[in-house]
Design a binder for this molecule. Structure first.
Ligand SMILES: *[C@@H]1O[C@H](CO)[C@@H](O)[C@H](O)[C@H]1NC(C)=O
Ligand SMILES: *[C@@H]1O[C@H](CO)[C@@H](O)[C@H](O)[C@H]1NC(C)=O
Ligand SMILES: *[C@@H]1O[C@H](CO)[C@@H](O)[C@H](O)[C@H]1NC(C)=O
Ligand SMILES: *[C@@H]1O[C@H](CO)[C@@H](O)[C@H](O)[C@H]1NC(C)=O
Ligand SMILES: *[C@@H]1O[C@H](CO)[C@@H](O)[C@H](O)[C@H]1NC(C)=O
Ligand SMILES: *[C@@H]1O[C@H](CO)[C@@H](O)[C@H](O)[C@H]1NC(C)=O
Ligand SMILES: *[C@@H]1O[C@H](CO)[C@@H](O)[C@H](O)[C@H]1NC(C)=O
Ligand SMILES: *[C@@H]1O[C@H](CO)[C@@H](O)[C@H](O)[C@H]1NC(C)=O
Ligand SMILES: *[C@@H]1O[C@H](CO)[C@@H](O)[C@H](O)[C@H]1NC(C)=O
Length: 503
């Protein structure tokens, strides 16, 4: 009898220890959040971000203040994070390739939880959508059919305006897709709660918001949080001194919106939009962030209401940064700090409740192994050099050591990359961020089947000294005083990420 009771108690405890995961994603959200204020970001020219819900989550999370995406574009960044491997392994550098076709049949983060008995449910934008990029949201990753907000019309999918503050009468009649997604997430949480609470089956619920991606569409009231007179112009509306041309992106996707197209802006280096347009775009972007923040709050509140808060891990990340007129640049498709720096935070009940802030360098490939460890699943093995045929492995590191010591140095550099094509030549910009510097080289790139850089054929280099130049306004790569340190960084960059982190 006593034995039986002991066994019963033991197993009940084991079952309850299975933590759920709420996996939140936002599209194109740079770390323009209250929780990130201070240090060199965001710069003082921005008004205080109104993000009470994400700030509250940050206060009970491991907040990664220096997390870097592996490529500043949706599909490559997401494919990398979700497979735990870098773009040179997924071979996904654009919006039209699917890692299972060009990289390998890799086990994804949600798929790994599914394989470990979790109920995995996904909605909104997690994988890049569509047939080409993900065979419609990578069905194999999910326990039940994927959910997308069906609404096709309206401002979200229109090219007429780069931003729209939707009046109440309109969004009440035609709900915005992100509102629909938040409502759906709440409904799903209610459905999966009983089995999770009884210990029958834990859940992994993934919710990808579509904003603040262009067009910046949001509920009108969020505009009032940012009075026009409080919006400033960037203090560096020009390209960095001595920037190689290859570093530049002509923000063509912003220029296709009707209101911007009418300005006839060329997207050329050191040209910009009229001041009022710059300010309106900035204001609308901030408003869209605050709008998403409110929806995050609603979904997290439901975890509390359902009594799931103390047993559910919550991760939040934005898939890359965004330039808001800094450098005269817009959108994300570059290797600048503003493009590759993105928000990431992880709440682990019982472990991060008092809030842990780290300024150590971290990378988006680290999230997969971190969530696996936080949930107590079998850790992922490190990937060998050629992991094409390996279903499950990681090219990042678990961030759990930062929970016990936020000053622990996990890696010496964070790596990102961005491809360019010039006059028919393929180029790959490789960049690394150390504590004090950003260093970038733009070698020619051999595409399939080898996917390798040709370091003997360089189209430019950039070196920014963040201690004196956090905005990256002066490229020091060609300054003789910097040549010794440039040589060191060049060697680290060419050796690659494996030499800058412990296996
Ligand atoms: C990919 O791997 C999954 C198991 O993770 C398997 O079910 C599927 O058949 C594989 N697909 C291909 C094309 O090999
Ligand atoms: C966009 O503009 C076209 C042409 O003027 C118009 O027919 C359409 O209704 C507009 N769409 C939205 C969402 O405003
Ligand atoms: C706008 O700026 C003024 C002056 O700096 C400040 O007092 C006020 O709080 C700001 N308003 C908002 C909503 O941030
Ligand atoms: C852009 O403007 C900056 C600052 O005036 C200047 O140093 C730089 O050379 C310009 N770049 C180009 C390509 O014109
Ligand atoms: C843009 O170009 C069109 C056609 O050349 C011209 O009619 C229009 O006035 C131009 N707009 C601006 C803002 O320069
Ligand atoms: C979570 O809270 C519920 C009710 O408040 C309690 O019964 C349960 O033991 C708690 N679980 C953990 C893991 O703390
Ligand atoms: C990597 O491994 C796969 C088999 O898993 C093999 O087909 C491929 O040729 C290898 N690639 C290289 C560059 O060795
Ligand atoms: C492309 O052509 C431009 C103008 O002729 C030149 O400056 C640039 O170096 C070329 N780029 C490549 C990759 O050949
Ligand atoms: C980078 O800037 C800091 C602060 O101005 C300076 O102390 C340091 O020497 C600079 N680095 C190099 C290599 O000149």
């Amino acid at each position: 009898m006593t034995d039986l009771i002991i066994i019963f108690v033991c197993c009940l405890v084991t079952i309850q220890a299975r933590k759920n995961v709420l996996f939140l994603v936002s599209d194109d959200m740079r770390p323009q959040l209250g929780a990130y204020e201070g240090g060199d970001f965001p710069s003082p020219v921005h008004p205080r971000a109104y993000s009470p819900n994400l700030d509250a989550l940050a206060k009970r999370s491991l907040l990664l203040k220096k997390a870097y995406v592996q490529q500043a574009l949706c599909n490559p960044s997401r494919s990398s994070l979700l497979t735990g491997r870098r773009p040179d392994t997924t071979h996904v550098y654009d919006l039209t390739h699917y890692f299972r076709k060009v990289g390998g049949n890799f086990t994804t983060l949600p798929q790994y939880f599914k394989n470990n008995g979790y109920m995995t449910v996904g909605m909104g934008k997690i994988f890049h959508p569509g047939k080409e990029a993900s065979d419609y949201d990578d069905p194999i990753s999910w326990s039940v059919p994927y959910y997308q907000a069906k609404l096709k019309g309206g401002h979200y999918f229109s090219k007429n305006h780069s931003w729209v503050a939707v009046p109440k009468a309109e969004y009440e009649k035609y709900p915005l897709p992100d509102d629909i997604l938040a409502d759906h997430a709440i409904k799903v949480l209610r459905e999966v709660a009983p089995a999770a609470k009884s210990g029958e089956q834990p859940f992994f619920v993934g919710l990808g918001f579509l904003k603040p991606h262009l067009p910046f569409v949001f509920r009108e009231e969020f505009l009032n949080l940012y009075p026009m007179e409080n919006i400033s112009l960037p203090d560096n509306p020009y390209a960095p001194v001595k920037m190689p041309e290859v570093a530049w992106f002509d923000f063509s996707n912003l220029r296709t919106f009707g209101d911007i197209q009418r300005l006839n802006a060329s997207g050329a280096i050191n040209t910009t939009f009229p001041d009022d347009v710059v300010k309106q775009l900035r204001r609308a972007y901030y408003s869209a962030i605050s709008y998403v923040d409110s929806l995050v709050g609603q979904v997290i509140q439901e975890l509390d209401n359902l009594g799931l808060a103390n047993n559910t891990i919550i991760s939040f990340w934005g898939d890359h940064g965004w330039e808001l007129g800094e450098h005269g640049e817009w959108c994300k498709q570059t290797n600048f700090e503003n493009a590759v720096h993105a928000p990431m935070m992880i709440h682990i009940p019982g472990e991060t409740d008092d809030g842990i802030v780290t300024e150590q360098l971290t990378e988006f490939v680290d999230l997969f192994p971190t969530l696996v460890e936080a949930a107590g699943l079998t850790p992922l093995p490190p990937c060998p050099e050629n992991s094409t045929g390996i279903l499950t492995c990681r090219e990042g590191q678990s961030l759990m050591p930062l929970v016990s010591n936020p000053d622990f140095e996990l890696k010496k550099a964070a790596f990102s990359q961005f491809p360019r094509s010039q006059n028919g030549t393929d180029i790959m910009g490789y960049t690394l961020r150390t504590e004090q510097y950003r260093y970038t080289e733009w070698p020619a790139f051999n595409g399939p089947p080898t996917y390798t850089p040709d370091w003997t054929n360089l189209y430019g280099a950039e070196l920014y000294n963040h201690t004196q130049d956090p905005e990256e306004n002066y490229n020091r790569a060609y300054d003789s005083g910097y040549s010794p340190i440039r040589a060191v960084f060049s060697s680290i960059l060419r050796k690659g990420w494996r030499f800058s982190q412990k296996p």
